[in-house]
Design a protein around this ligand. Structure first.
Ligand code: SF4
Length: 409
């Protein structure tokens, strides 16, 4: 089976729209993040929203915790490149104000707005305006009544029941434009809650591990929860909740979806060897420099950075483009074929230049523009030299053999 043809199943869900972004019902999985600025700071918030859009974010959430924030939203919405969701925690009036401001959707926390008449007032207004709402259950702010009912513990059952109760209030007023999340900071709890929720409803689900913390631990935790569910077909939209610049959240979401083959690659997929005693270059530095040089540029190629020309080109033969170090030089290869030799200091620059050429002209044109045979001979020479230098000597084999032989007597 070809790696590119392996796909994960997708759970069938209803479709809703957040602005012009479809969520559920087979739509591409969307990436969300949340601004960290005061929403009343219109320019600061818009700056962050533009940075999020550039990093691959599809939908952005802004807090609407006070009337000044709602006023800010009224000014942000018409200038935003992404649909805006207002995050409402305690005051249902803020939900009404946010809708007045023109947002594209709301997030309500059922643990915080508990009066049925308030919930129904918001749902009725959203219904009339054609706006979607996310029921955002959070393990840390579960409705106290449910907390007590489940023995003073946050359980998957309690979280799902909270979501279903809210859904029932929405149903009463004929409002169905809903997506749901049951986030927790505990990964097994969150995974199980989403599994149960997926069995209980066909509304689209928004995945996240809440309060995952700073990277890299936060990234691992969030990925453990989100990726597990996505691989099971559960999840229509995702958010990494990191204690970091929100751009990191959007980037992580995009990279996860690309890694799982759930989103078409837009940016570089950098692969690099882990380095070893054979490495002829500081692989970590070159890989990081390359990552920084490519950044968020739209170069949808797999690019390899390999520490030595002995094994590098072979191990990365499927990469669109790569470089392997050898004797203070970098051997560039395209789809496993050597194409050029560059000084070590120019390796990253050369990678970027070749990547741009391939994106613009294709692989065949890249191979046609150089004497691949000459590049192959050069690589073969460095490879042979390195094998002579390090291959036989790396383990001090002869010396060891003598010692082992000595053990016989
Ligand atoms: S490519 Fe070379 S340097 Fe990198 S891990 Fe393999 S043998 Fe070691």
């Amino acid at each position: 089976m070809d790696a590119g043809s392996i796909t994960f199943p997708r759970r069938q869900t209803r479709q809703i729209h957040v602005g012009d972004v479809a969520v559920g019902g087979g739509a591409p999985i969307s990436i969300q993040s949340m601004t960290t600025t005061k929403t009343a700071d219109v320019d600061g918030t818009l700056q962050q929203i533009y940075a999020l859009a550039a990093a691959g974010c599809d939908i952005v959430r802004c807090t609407c915790n006070e009337l000044e924030a709602a006023e800010g939203l009224a000014r942000i919405v018409p200038r935003s490149p992404l649909p805006i969701i207002a995050d409402i925690h305690h005051q249902y009036r803020m939900a009404l104000a946010a809708m007045e401001a023109g947002v594209h959707g709301l997030r309500l926390n059922p643990g915080n707005i508990r009066k049925p008449e308030h919930i129904k007032a918001v749902a009725t207004e959203a219904r009339d305006r054609g706006l979607p709402i996310r029921i955002g259950v959070n393990g840390g702010s579960l409705d106290p009544a449910l907390y007590d009912k489940y023995g003073g513990r946050v359980t998957p059952e309690a979280m799902v029941e909270s979501a279903m109760q809210e859904l029932a209030y929405f149903d009463e007023v004929g409002f169905h434009d809903v997506k749901i999340s049951v986030k927790a900071s505990n990964v097994p709890l969150m995974v199980e809650a989403y599994r149960q929720l997926a069995d209980a409803t066909d509304h689209p689900l928004h995945l996240g591990v809440t309060e995952a913390g700073p990277p890299p631990a936060g990234l691992v935790k969030a990925t453990a929860g989100i990726a597990t569910l996505l691989a099971e077909g559960i999840g229509d939209t995702i958010r990494y909740s990191l204690t970091a610049d929100p751009v990191e959240e959007a980037r992580a979401g995009r990279q996860l979806l690309e890694a799982l083959g759930l989103r078409e690659r837009k940016n570089i997929d950098l692969i690099a060897c882990p380095s070893c005693g054979r490495a002829e270059v500081d692989v970590i530095k070159v890989a990081n420099d390359a990552m920084a040089a490519f950044g968020d540029r739209e170069i949808p190629l797999q690019v390899a950075v390999m520490g030595c020309v002995v094994n590098g080109p072979g191990e990365a033969r499927d990469a669109d483009l790569g470089i392997a170090a050898g004797r203070q030089r970098g051997h560039l290869f395209v789809k496993g074929q050597n194409v050029a030799v560059v000084p070590e200091a120019d390796m990253v620059e050369a990678l970027v230049e070749w990547a741009e050429f391939i994106v613009e002209n294709g692989t065949d044109a890249a191979l046609a523009r150089v004497d691949t045979e000459k590049a192959r001979r050069e690589a073969e020479r460095d490879r042979a030299d390195l094998l002579d230098d390090k291959g036989a000597d790396a383990n001090r084999s002869e010396q060891r053999v003598e010692i082992i032989r000595g053990l016989r007597s």
